[in-house]
Ligand binder design. Structure first.
Ligand code: PLP
Length: 400
């Protein structure tokens, strides 16, 4: 990781448009013509590099974004998709069939949790959910049927950190594929460099950064991406969660500023987390020394991009959390909205929103309390001013 700067890898790519434009041309076609029928046949068979057949398979615009994201994650290849879930579900279905087993972190995005818990069993795929921070528990959950070890680098919403190097050793020992969702920590962490086999992002969040689209990507070996896109057996090709070329072109333009945005998100979140913890609020942020995985996370990150823009505060009760979020929104400090990675601060109470798919008793077991607010800290220029305004909301509601 030390010699790998993911932002430099993106910067080093150079694409020109059809007429020498500084941005690549957008491929506005669903299908492509061939001068010879033989070339069409070979393309169908997957033997013709540089030829396009049909845009559900791939398009020039999607391939530009695939290349940039593979470069960013240091993998051989990548495949963009219409949403983060459109990357996660085909990846798991490509790796697992009936009778197979997944060991997954229990603190993951609610949609992924619901897929593994409620949907995948319909296809004969079972999942054991465990505390990903305890490597002995992870290893003990592995059975002869286990194929995949699944986690998020920094988990949603509890901000638990997965020790990717430790998990990778376990995965190798048991011949499993380690799949890591890196949505919360692009650039900060490069999971493939730490031993992950497959890295996934919801592009909807930091990477696109403007809350105007959903999107996703799977970054992996060329062999795995070819399998995902195989016309006869590829889960992405056959389930069809394809990103539109117009969108991939616009995500590509936003990707260019990701390094600047991540630094500011991290700076602002770190600033607020330190102050609110000092004020006596129960604050969770991986950059705080009090975070249980602070030490290990420090060794995992590319320090330039910091500890990320996500922070949680526990204000005691759901009623207080709701009142605080409504007051902060009325003062234009941010929006009461799910999702993350926007220029504006976004906040929500995960127990009643993004993690509501997780049953109440399981929420309690994993430490997801009622009064927890998840913050995606924005790009505010004057964060001290933001802190003072947030603090006065808390004082007004007798939270501080
Ligand atoms: N992974 C994480 C960590 C998420 O937070 C989300 C969405 O909130 C997803 C995946 C799913 O992504 P999408 O909403 O783009 O399908």
């Amino acid at each position: 990781m030390k010699n790998f700067d993911p932002a430099d890898k993106i910067q080093d790519l150079q694409y020109f448009g059809e007429f020498g434009g500084v941005n690549p041309s957008i491929s506005d076609s669903s299908t492509y013509t061939f001068l010879s029928a033989k070339t069409m046949f070979d393309t169908f068979e997957g033997n013709m590099e540089g030829c396009y057949l049909y845009s559900r398979h791939s398009s020039p615009s999607n391939l530009y974004l695939d290349k940039a994201l593979a470069a960013m994650e240091g993998t051989e290849s990548a495949n963009v998709s219409a949403s983060g879930m459109g990357a996660i579900t085909p990846t798991i279905l490509q790796l697992c069939g009936s009778g197979d087993h997944v060991v997954s972190s229990r603190t993951i995005y609610g949609g992924t949790y619901a897929f593994l818990k409620n949907f995948a069993p319909r296809l004969g795929i079972k999942t054991t959910f465990i505390d990903i921070t305890k490597l002995d528990i992870v290893e003990a959950a592995i059975t002869p049927a286990t194929k995949v070890l699944y986690c998020e680098t920094v988990s949603n919403p509890l901000l638990e950190v997965a020790d990717i190097e430790g998990l990778s050793k376990i995965a190798k020992r048991h011949n499993l594929t380690l799949v890591v969702d890196n949505t919360f920590s692009p650039l900060s962490v490069s999971p493939a460099k730490l031993g992950a086999d497959i890295v996934i992002h919801s592009l909807t969040k930091y990477i696109n950064g403007s809350s105007d689209t959903v999107g996703g990507v799977t970054c992996a070996s060329q062999e795995f991406i070819d399998n995902l896109k195989n016309v006869n057996s590829g889960a992405s090709m056959l389930l069809g969660p394809t990103m539109d070329s117009m969108r991939s072109a616009s995500v590509m333009k936003n990707l260019r500023t990701l390094h600047i945005r991540m630094k500011q998100h991290s700076y602002n979140a770190n600033y607020l987390a330190e102050r609110f913890e000092n004020d006596g609020l129960k604050t969770v942020y991986p950059g705080l020394k009090s975070h249980p995985s602070h030490k290990i996370y420090k060794t995992m990150i590319n320090p330039e991009y910091g500890f990320g823009g996500m922070m949680t505060l526990d204000v005691g009760t759901l009623a207080k959390a709701n009142a605080l979020m409504e007051l902060m929104q009325s003062k234009n400090l941010g929006y009461l909205a799910v999702s993350l990675g926007f220029y504006k601060t976004l906040f929500s109470a995960p127990g009643t929103s993004t993690s509501s798919e997780i049953p109440m008793e399981e929420q309690i077991e994993m430490g997801l309390t009622d009064g927890l607010i998840r913050f995606s800290i924005g790009l505010d220029n004057n964060i001290e001013r933001t802190y003072q305004m947030m603090k006065s909301c808390m004082i007004e509601l007798q939270i501080l």
